[in-house]
Design a protein around this ligand. Structure first.
Ligand SMILES: [Zn+2]
Length: 97
């Protein structure tokens, strides 16, 4: 498996288990990664990971609401970006009516 994918899967599974702060960064190996969420559409959620010690950041797509999603961790600035990505993607995706 791709190295980057492996790292993201590792972070995502920690987030699913409720570990949302001080995760080990795959780039600099500091325990400095924080998790936050966006909810750009009714059935779309994203989990974002940011390292405060280096410039590592990544995001994972969720098909359901993440278990530890909370309004406190919702980032509206990122959500705007996710929304525009989604709107572009909708052209390619059949929409359920
Ligand atoms: Zn880092």
């Amino acid at each position: 498996m791709d190295d980057r994918v492996t790292r993201i899967v590792g972070l995502a599974s920690q987030a699913e288990n409720g570990f949302l702060e001080e995760l080990e960064c795959p780039e600099c190996h500091e325990c400095a990664v924080s998790v936050c969420f966006t909810h750009p559409a009714d059935d779309e959620y994203r989990t974002w990971f940011f390292c405060t010690a280096c410039d590592f950041q990544t995001r994972a797509q969720n098909s359901q609401k993440p278990q530890f999603f909370s309004e406190d961790r919702r980032r509206l600035d990122l959500e705007g970006r996710d929304k525009s990505i989604l709107e572009n993607a909708l052209f390619k995706k059949p929409r359920p009516e």
